[in-house]
Design a protein around this ligand. Structure first.
Ligand code: FNR
Length: 368
């Protein structure tokens, strides 16, 4: 990485620069949420409303943000959330993202709709990779992807459970957004993907494709199907309540991600930071709880960890970095967030992640 530039001090630079660079419909697909975008806004607002309670006269000459998660050693609790089609943002796509994640010592969750092959992503990665899955009607295609991921060295499967269908993403519907023909979910049979490339009247290719290919009958009983096909740890992404957290633990999942899909699915759903405490309280302390949605600064990361998250996943800012400068842009975003977290740990008087507990947070007025 070159000398520090003003851009390296502020992630909003990347947001503005990505917007200037991307076609309007791709920007809208990335940045937008569903419905009135209430949940999208609430994810951020929840972080804005929390304040930290710093302790003083603590030796912070050494800070440490490393951890072990599902058996992998990580240099930071900041990971990369699964997102479809990174080639919408840079020609190298997920390969560039994986290289940057490796440089940061961060986990990357690749999406089942990745635009580069699992094998190419694995070859570029120097850090741990997990694979995100949607519950496809074509279970044979799902089984094949799981088998390839395991063979390529992916270390966990992340089943997204908040998407039996696609939320009402009005920006995409207005734009008639479709995935450009030259960008493909290359890990799946193209006959399964055709609808994503067709723009429709008042709908998007993404929504039409999900209607055709996602199986909305998924229930807890189906998790055994995945267990039988893979020995990898299973993570459920999209848990927002104590009830579901308890069921996840009872069904033997290895971790959960408190997520509302970045405000892209159920509009009006709880912001993730507000849902986190009840999820953490509902599962055994040994079961890792991750969080995503609206994490934009090191302060946000510290707040989530103090309220019980073991790690966080970052969505849109990674794509801002990718759009601005490929691998280098993602590396700069991750380096910025890590540096901010390091400062936060020191100034908060909690030099290690294990020192971060609920006493570090002044809760927003009116919250439990
Ligand atoms: C996503 N997300 C997502 N999640 C998932 O499980 N599978 C997927 O294919 C995608 N695709 C996707 C594309 C784009 C463009 C975005 C922005 C998001 C959701 C993602 O994993 C994560 O939950 C949120 O993005 C986290 O919120 P922030 O950090 O973007 O606010």
């Amino acid at each position: 990485m070159g000398p520090v530039e003003p851009a390296d001090l502020d992630s909003t630079y990347f947001e503005a620069a990505a917007r200037a660079r991307l076609p309007a419909d791709i920007w809208d697909f990335m940045q937008g949420g569903s419905g009135a975008e209430r949940t999208l806004a609430a994810n951020r607002a929840q972080f804005e409303h929390c304040r930290l309670r710093p302790r003083t006269l603590v030796d912070v000459s050494t800070t440490d943000q490393s951890l072990t998660l599902l058996g992998s050693r990580l240099r930071t609790p900041i990971g990369i959330a699964p997102m479809a089609y990174h080639q919408l943002f840079h020609p190298e796509g997920e390969v560039a993202t994986a290289r940057a994640a490796g440089r940061a010592g961060a986990v990357m969750v690749a999406g089942i709709f990745a635009s580069r092959t699992l094998e190419a992503i694995a070859e570029a990665a120097t850090g741990p990779l997990w694979l995100q899955l949607y519950w496809l009607r074509r279970r044979d295609a799902l089984a094949a992807v799981v088998e390839r991921a395991e063979a390529a060295g992916f270390r966990a499967l992340v089943l997204t459970v908040d998407a039996p269908r696609i939320g009402r993403r009005l920006r995409d519907a207005r734009n008639g957004f479709a995935v450009p023909a030259h960008i493909r979910a290359v890990n799946l049979d193209q006959t399964l993907m055709a609808a994503s490339h067709r723009s429709g009247q008042g709908s998007s290719g993404i929504a039409e494709h999900a209607r055709e290919q996602f199986d909305p009958s998924l229930t807890w009983a189906d998790l055994s199907w995945l267990r039988e096909r893979s020995s990898l740890p299973i993570v459920l992404k999209g848990i927002l309540t104590a009830e579901d957290a308890r069921l996840a633990a009872e069904h033997g999942v290895d971790a959960v991600v408190v997520s509302n899909h970045g405000g892209r699915q159920l509009d009006g759903a709880l912001p993730t930071l507000a849902a986190l405490p009840e999820v953490v309280a509902a599962v055994p302390p040994t079961l890792p709880v991750l969080l995503d949605g609206g994490v934009r600064t090191g302060t946000d990361v510290a707040l989530a960890i103090a309220l019980g998250a073991r790690a966080v996943l970052i969505g849109r800012p990674v794509l801002w970095g990718l759009a601005v400068d490929g691998e280098e842009g993602v590396a700069r975003i991750l380096a910025l967030l890590k540096a901010e977290l390091d400062d936060t740990l020191a100034l908060l008087g909690r030099p290690r992640l294990a020192d971060l507990d609920h006493t570090a947070v002044a809760r927003p007025a009116g919250s439990a």
